[in-house]
Design a binder for this molecule. Structure first.
Ligand SMILES: C[S@@+](CC[C@H](N)C(=O)[O-])C[C@H]1O[C@@H](n2cnc3c(N)ncnc32)[C@H](O)[C@@H]1O
Length: 302
């Protein structure tokens, strides 16, 4: 198989419970909900949620008719499926963002929240996202901002070696990256996106404030400050709304099976069998069992 960058593996992780439900992050979660409400289009056809995890944000994508939840971790998708259920509105896909198993120009929307954070080769990941987006599609990207106030102060006080002002990503823990807002803008622009809006999120991510004030109050205050992101970004988290500039007509096939392409040789359509999809060109078989299409490793080996 073609080599692709390393993956931060969430298989078997209890991330949703330990980080969100028991991790004291109600404020961050509510602040993100406010940002998403501001950035999401009122209506859309087919949304790709990249790094969907356990589906924490999925119920917020109310305007979209159908949503593809994509994650490398099958257990995260199982948790999402248990939470959201098996409705024709949701399609669960286990795959690597660097090798998206979809035809070009398929989706009219995509979100990537708290996921670019794990991309060792962010431009390559963003190139894949751009490939599967249709003309005029909207892409909501959240990224961890290396040029945040805390990192700047720590750098000036010589408590942190890396420079928050330099453009390259910083890997502060293995496979966890913070990005410079200017680098993100540059990558998106080079890929043909027009940046429509930027919101800064989590202005008050401080233990003391979170203990003193209710999460809903902090999140409402955060909401007041989020639009300043259009002018400067000093928060740990930044949301961008980018639009594919290209104009053109596209149509979304009604049959889900026509959405996929072989992640290894790019052939489509794949042939449907009882428990797998077969690539007619390279012969790889991709599992389609228990409500999850799995494009990570072929059933019959690489
Ligand atoms: C921090 S979690 C965020 C989950 C969700 N977006 C949220 O905000 O609650 C990051 C997710 O990205 C997924 N992920 C990391 N690298 C990936 C890759 N190369 N391809 C697909 N998913 C990936 C992980 O499995 C994990 O579920």
């Amino acid at each position: 198989m073609t080599a692709s960058p390393p993956i931060c593996d969430y298989e078997g992780s209890d991330y949703q419970t330990s980080f969100w439900e028991r991790g004291g992050r109600a404020y961050e979660d509510q602040a993100e909900a406010i940002a998403l409400r501001r950035l999401l289009p009122a209506r859309g056809n087919l949304l790709l949620e990249l790094g969907a995890g356990a589906g924490r944000n999925t119920p917020r994508y109310t305007g979209y008719e159908r949503i593809v939840l994509l994650d490398y971790s099958r257990t995260q998708l199982q948790q999402a499926r248990a939470r959201l259920g098996d409705s024709p509105r949701y399609v669960y896909v286990a795959a690597d963002i660097y090798k998206l198993p979809f035809r070009d120009s398929l989706f009219d929307g995509a979100t990537m929240i708290r996921t670019l954070h794990h991309m060792a080769d962010a431009p390559q990941a963003l190139r894949q996202v751009r490939r599967v987006l249709a003309p005029g599609a909207v892409f909501l990207l959240e990224f961890a901002n290396k040029r945040n106030l805390k990192a700047i102060l720590r750098y000036w006080l010589k408590k942190q070696a890396w420079n928050p002002f330099s453009l390259e990503p910083v890997e502060f823990v293995a496979l966890n990256f913070d990005f410079h807002p200017q680098a993100i803008r540059q990558w998106l622009t080079e890929l043909g996106f027009h940046l429509e809006k930027t919101l800064t999120v989590s202005h008050f991510r401080l233990g003391l404030l979170k203990r003193l004030l209710p999460a809903s109050m902090l999140a409402a205050l955060d909401g007041l400050f989020q639009p300043t992101g259009n002018f400067f970004q000093l928060t740990p988290s930044v949301f961008v709304r980018a639009k594919v500039q290209q104009k053109g007509i596209f149509s979304i096939p009604k049959n889900v099976l026509e959405w996929f392409r072989c992640p290894e040789c790019a052939t489509y359509p794949l042939q449907a069998h009882a428990d797998h999809l077969l690539c007619p060109t390279c012969g790889r078989k991709w599992s389609a069992q228990n409500g999850i299409y799995d494009f990570r490793e072929p059933l019959n080996g690489g």
